[in-house]
Design a protein around this ligand. Structure first.
Ligand code: PLP
Length: 381
């Protein structure tokens, strides 16, 4: 199988799976229990927070970590807590549905949310966004790397300018597709909240994290227990947290080396796709700016074809790829590509290829391109 859907999930590192298993079987005490032995698990849990903070350039004096069941939960937590009920809130239209749909929900409930536009490369339109920020804007949320196109937001610049206009503005950055792939430093970014996910960095599924500035507002969403400093009730999933942090450390240590290998793979793949599509008279469109985007994600469209049909044609050839995020259940378009101004046939003919550090070691870009163009060519229109 050729797995090219790593933005949806990644394999768990063997070393992390071992750590999870060992903790489940041998280190299973509840960190909240009062006996001495449980104190060891509590300390272990707290040390995972410190390690994670270190990986994003933060320290426990200024920042806290809340482990959640997913990045989706972390995103819901920050929105339910920090979207202002009285002032204005801005959320990028290009967000993952765990932000976009949740923000829409709260907007319908009466909190005022406006959606910031994207440019043709899928990047947040910085000038428009900055113009929209006033002293009445309380909260801003956008992601660092788009799960759809790999577009990288110039977050540091945006946050600096936005906070110059309104120093009280709270900023959330969804760094799920950025963490361990590109540099993520919460202090340098100037963000108040940061979302991370374990299973996107070769950790176990079912763990996410919200890193927050201790001076920023954070109200719990799940009540009924004092865990996570009273900000997220429920017995902590220490085994999976240990697995997450192990994977994060391993992937973070090899970030630069992996980045270069994946970048080379992506460029070779684009080159081969371009050449083969021309030879076979197939129209190929690259969504976004490949030079400025994350090497881990490549969004391509084959106008005149349907993305889902291409996906299944590739599946029949043992190649697994993704299609983009739907606008909503009633509308089968793609919110992000539409926001970039893509045509209907470009939106319909879209597939997303996403890579991991393993991809360049396992597959040859020319072979992958041949499979993709072969799969498209075999579709009867
Ligand atoms: N945010 C982004 C940018 C994502 O790409 C994803 C998953 O694809 C999520 C949040 C949700 O992550 P999780 O699967 O941990 O809920």
């Amino acid at each position: 199988m050729i797995f090219l859907d790593n933005a949806s999930t990644t394999s768990c590192l063997e070393s992390s799976a071992e750590i999870v298993k060992n903790a489940l079987v041998n280190n299973y005490l509840n960190p909240s229990s009062k006996y001495k032995e449980a104190l060891i698990t509590q300390r272990q849990l707290d040390s995972q927070r410190d390690i994670l903070l270190g990986l994003v350039g933060a320290n426990s004096r200024e920042y806290g970590v809340i482990f959640t069941g997913s990045a989706t939960e972390a995103n819901n937590l920050v929105l339910s807590s920090s979207l202002s009920k009285h002032k204005d809130n801005i959320v990028s239209i290009g967000e993952h549905s765990s932000i976009y749909e949740t923000a829409k929900y709260f907007n319908e409930e009466g909190r005022k949310v406006s959606f910031a536009r994207l440019n043709e490369n899928g990047e947040l339109d910085k000038n428009e966004l900055i113009k929209a920020i006033t002293d009445k804007t309380a909260f801003l949320s956008f992601m660092l790397v788009s799960n759809e196109t790999g577009a990288i937001t110039s977050a540091e610049e945006i946050i600096k300018e936005a906070k110059k206009i309104n120093p009280k503005l709270l900023v959330h950055v969804d760094a799920v597709q950025a963490f361990c792939k590109v540099d993520v430093n919460i202090k340098k970014l100037g963000a108040d909240y940061l979302t991370l996910s374990s299973h996107k960095v070769h950790g176990p599924k079912g763990v996410g994290a919200l890193i927050y500035k201790k001076s920023a507002k954070l109200e719990p969403q799940i009540l009924g227990g004092g865990q996570e400093g009273g900000k997220r009730a429920g017995t902590e999933n220490l085994p999976s947290i240990l697995g997450f942090i192990n994977s994060a450390k391993v992937m973070h240590d090899s970030l630069k080396e992996n980045y270069n290998l994946v970048k080379e793979f992506k460029f070779n793949l684009v080159g081969s796709l371009d050449k083969l599509s021309k030879e076979n008279d197939i129209n190929l469109v690259i969504n976004g700016n490949i030079k400025l985007s994350s090497p881990y994600i490549l969004s391509v469209s084959f106008p005149g074809y349907k993305g889902e049909v291409i996906l299944h044609s590739l599946e029949a050839r043992d190649v697994l790829v993704g299609t983009g995020s739907a606008c909503n259940s009633a509308h089968s378009g793609n919110r992000v590509l539409e926001a970039m101004g893509r045509t209907k046939s470009e939106v319909e003919g879209n597939i997303r290829l996403s890579f991991s550090a393993e991809t360049p070691k396992l597959y040859n870009a020319q072979d992958v391109a041949e499979k993709i163009i072969g799969a498209v060519k075999s579709i009867k229109r």
